[in-house]
Design a binder for this molecule. Structure first.
Ligand code: M6R
Length: 596
């Protein structure tokens, strides 16, 4: 995700900022920039890696500045869209992480007032909005501007001729680093550790005023906050993982914000038709690989149910062997990286067959975005662990929204049911937080799996692909052989493999599959198989039939793939951890599979 650093002190700010910014490279980015304050604001930015930007950087002097690495969300990766942004008068420069939801409306107003824009970003409106209120006091102008902004932010502002830095936070992290005669601010403590280990975390709604000798924090009412500094004892590598032992675990804990950001950027489009404006097709094909293919299979159930359209989910590596159908479906290609060779080949084949194409991807500007007619961005932030976790959940959220959009546009969903679903979707981050709160129980349940040679994952209906994904996650990082099965298929063969040494993970939700899942569990029990059941909170009946039960918050069955998938990701993670596996970089696997 984007990275921010700010500095005010007696050193050359440019040296401190570049050095600190490089500590944030692990987060992934596509452009970088720096603004140094002197009698004027000196600005330099470029597309690509920091070294790119640095190689053409003039020798800026001054003790105050901000720098940024951008991971594109609004506007493609380019020099123009890189931060910092400067206002029309050249008095102010600003960097930002987050999403400004009402930027289109604000941009229209600002253009009408004469402001000139140089980028496609939502961020640029912030600096112009502050300029609108600026009469010499940047802090006052910032406070006024923030009242008009809807969305999320961590932002840092500098002002010509001043050694003060101003910052504000809403739902995006910011941390102050305390020095002697100098102070720092960053989006991530990793950026600061070479200079100081004394930090103060900025809380939501707070605004900060930093000078070389003083730090003042204001709460949302404008009252001064006194917060004690903390001393960080982590190494830089630990800090990159935010205190988590592995990126995978950190990324699982980022699922609530991945859901929130994916909804924030796209929920309104369901009704407004800002995506899939024209729905002149009568069937849908969803094409992807690996984990993304499992998302595709969940998507099939969602679109069939909400939009009443025929849907098929296909492996991208097999798509090329099919024939052109009489009628062209909408082809949805799912790839978190946007670079998977098989999925790119499928996109080209779909175009060759004359189909309309839509890609769901997490990476702005990735190759798939140039191959398709329309792009739907998940906003999960960069994923470093090879195992897809938060990006999978963000893909599910994208598919719920696409299914809702199609349901509404094809008139199989009423306005009221759409409103109800919107509210239910908005509660999902909180549902996942409750799963994460019980991570220690999931860890304990790994007793049942850690010594197994084979594990079966069983589910039905919309949770069948969820269990395929649970099995893939386990085999990928723990090297235990795992198979996902539609529970009804067990008696057609695999039951022969069940005995006391083969654990079964079965998901049992309260929908039309409930009784049948209980029967499938009994069939396993009768062969002495050990059953770890996953069910909805309060379902005491499960304790009668399973050896162990893990509970997820009770949600309508349609949403159950979200909490259950997160629980299965934790289960795979803790099993692999107990086996001492290389979790973030499993053997033989790569994050982006660019060969077909
Ligand atoms: O980037 P993509 O979503 O196209 O990647 C597809 C698969 O390679 C990927 O999902 C793979 O299965 C993951 N490592 C699973 O965790």
């Amino acid at each position: 995700m984007c990275g921010i650093v700010g500095y005010t002190g007696t050193r050359q700010a440019v040296d401190v900022l570049l050095d600190s910014l490089k500590k944030l490279e692990y987060r992934g980015y596509d452009s970088a920039g720096v603004a140094i304050v002197d009698q004027s604001i000196q600005l330099h930015k470029d597309k690509g890696v920091i070294a790119n930007m640095e190689s053409t950087l003039p020798r800026f002097t001054g003790g105050v500045g901000v720098a940024h690495t951008r991971w594109a969300t609004c506007g493609r990766p380019s020099k123009e869209n890189a931060h910092p942004f400067i206002d029309c008068s050249g008095n102010l420069a600003l960097v930002h992480n987050g999403i400004i939801e009402n930027y289109m409306e604000l941009k229209r107003q600002l253009i009408a007032e004469g402001h000139k824009f140089t980028s496609d970003t939502d961020t640029e409106i912030l600096v112009h909005l502050i300029e609108r209120h600026y009469t010499g006091d940047a802090l006052e102008a910032l406070n006024q501007a923030l009242k008009e902004v809807k969305g999320t932010y961590a932002l840092v502002l500098v002002q010509k001729g001043s050694d003060h830095i101003y910052a504000a936070r809403r739902e995006n992290p910011l941390v102050i680093g305390l020095g002697v005669g100098e102070n720092f601010i960053a989006s991530d403590v990793t950026a600061l550790l070479d200079y100081t280990n004394k930090v103060i975390y900025v809380m939501d709604g707070e605004v900060v005023d930093l000078s070389p000798s003083k730090v003042t924090i204001y709460d949302s009412n404008g009252s001064v906050v006194n917060r004690k500094p903390e001393v960080i004892t982590w190494s830089a590598e630990d800090a990159q993982k935010g205190g988590f032992e592995h990126f995978m675990l950190k990324e699982i804990f980022e699922v609530p914000s991945a859901i929130h950001n994916t909804l924030l950027g796209n929920l309104d489009g369901v009704e407004d038709g800002t995506f899939l404006t024209n729905v002149d097709f009568n069937s849908v094909k969803i094409v992807a690989c690996g984990t993304s293919h499992h998302a595709a299979m969940v998507g099939r159930y969602l679109i069939e149910r909400l939009a009443k359209l025929p849907v098929s989910a296909e492996l991208a590596s097999e798509y090329r062997y099919g024939e052109k159908a009489k009628e062209c479906p909408l082809v949805i290609l799912i790839t978190q990286s946007g670079e998977t060779a098989d999925t790119l080949a499928a996109a080209r084949e779909a175009k060759r067959r004359g189909c309309r194409t839509l890609a769901i991807t997490n990476v702005v500007g990735s190759t798939i975005t140039r191959e398709v007619d329309e792009v739907f961005y998940t906003r999960a932030g960069p994923e470093i662990g090879v195992a897809a976790t938060k990006t999978f959940i963000a893909q599910l959220i994208a598919l719920y929204l696409i299914a809702m959009r199609l349901g509404y546009a094809k008139k199989s969903m009423s306005h009221d049911s759409l409103r109800t679903m919107r509210n239910e979707m908005m509660s999902l981050p909180q549902v996942v937080r409750r799963v994460l709160d019980n991570a220690d129980q999931v860890e304990q349940a790994t007793d049942m799996l850690v010594s197994a040679r084979d594990v079966f994952f069983l589910g039905r209906n919309i949770n069948y692909p969820v269990m395929l994904e649970g099995a893939l996650k386990l085999k990928e990082i723990s090297y235990i052989h795992a198979e996902g099965y539609a529970a009804g298929e067990m008696k057609h063969g695999p039951l022969a493999l069940i005995d006391a040494s083969t654990p079964i993970v079965a998901t049992v939700v309260r929908d039309q599959t409930y009784e049948k899942m209980l029967s499938n569990i009994s069939e396993v029990q009768a062969r002495e198989g050990l059953v770890l059941a996953i069910g909805g909170e309060g379902d005491a009946e499960l304790e009668q039939v399973a050896h162990k039960v893990l509970y997820v918050p009770g949600v309508p069955a349609l949403y159950s793939p979200v909490p259950i998938s997160v629980l299965l990701q934790l289960l795979a993670y803790y099993t692999a951890k107990r086996k001492g596996c290389s979790i973030d970089k499993p053997k033989n696997l790569a994050k982006s599979v660019t060969v077909d």
